[in-house]
Design a protein around this ligand. Sequence first.
Ligand code: ARG
Length: 460
Amino acid sequence: MTDKLWGGRFTAKAAEWVDKFGASISFDQQMAKEDLTASIAHVKMLGKQNIIPAKDAKTIEDGLNVLMQRLEAGELHFTVENEDIHLNMESLLTDLIGPVAGKLHTARSRNDQVATDFHLWLKNRLPEIKEAITNLQTVLVEKAEENAGTIMPGYTHMQHAQPITYGHYLLAYFEMLQRDYERFEFNQKHTDMLPLGAAALAGTTFPIDREYVADELGFDEVYHNSLDAVSDRDFALEFLSNAALLMEHLSRLAEELILWCTYDFNYIEMDDRFATGSSIMPQKKNADFAELVRGKTGRVYGALMGLLTTMKSLPLAYNKDMQEDKEPVFDTYNTILGSLHIFAGMLESVKVHKEKMHDATINDFSNATELADYLATKGVPFRTAHGIVGKLVLHGIKTHQSLQDMPLSELQEAAPQIQEDVYQELTSEAAVERRTSLGGTAVTNVNKEVARAKAIIKTH
Ligand code: ARG
């Protein structure tokens, strides 16, 4: 027998470096609080069900509470010899109350224990993620309201397409984040399930009360299949997949902000608090934080791909491979929480160069669709109108004139239907104002959508 808690059938002791390779304590100590919380619920149930004497259950519960206090005071020390948080806690409890501590593991296995700790860990953190999303959405809506009429170029293929407003643009990200929010909300349903009681894989012979433990721990449901309970990591994969989509959204926003604060665009300027300088070039002001979030997207995608690959083809039930589930989730949680906070601060403080944005819509032919639409309303088939305006654009490029600068005679040469009233429709303001179709960029729409977004936030 070796001195491991599971050492009964072992005669040889592993080398220290082998122990170290197999140990998870370096990272699963993040679940120390959850481990104690779950153990307290478990031992109360063991006592209540007379599976162990009530007196012993009380001794163990008190011991676990002492460990909880010591944990909070930063006084618990974990060792690699004790492998993981579960065995470390059992060993600390034994040091504290003696061999009666061994009764805690009745009707339980580390397999359902680790799954329970992990569920609890994520369950307690999903609300924080949702709150951080809501916080960023609130900033987006505030800024959208302020900029409902801030005209800027809208792009397709990175080419000027049609004028939009900055407010409309920001609300696009509000919508993406709302879907993210809803995905994390759904993620809660699958996280809010109790695996404990599945024991190693097959359930237990002891008369346990899983519903009681679920209630104690605040879980909505219990797993109804013991094999599934200890093998399921869908809740973690859903979290990572939701996080990957969230980061995809933030990375797109990051990319645009980075471009827009370049000398070439100059649509915005980052606040000093969200930019950094260069150690050699004194003039530099870099959008480092937006870049970092863009970069961290790769790390979150990696976490998702890593765990998907770990779980692929894993036979039921527990396999040690699954110890690889925690680090990507812990890391992703920190990454997305940090990224959401950074973006809220960055967007809140970014300086918008309204005039520069507006000016960029004047000589860029982004009113070509307006002219084609104008002709279409005068009865010219849209396809024909498209061709006529295309030729006028070519003429404008050659003669260095924008459509709105061309004399009426030149316009009429291309299409006699064009009248003096055309000019008022060729301004960026008119282009925006007239896009009142549901979901369009018109200022009135943006204001309506701001109100809708505020109402949505209230439901969070
Ligand atoms: N440290 C392990 C993990 O994180 C705990 C479960 C160990 N179970 C076992 N049968 N070896 O997955």
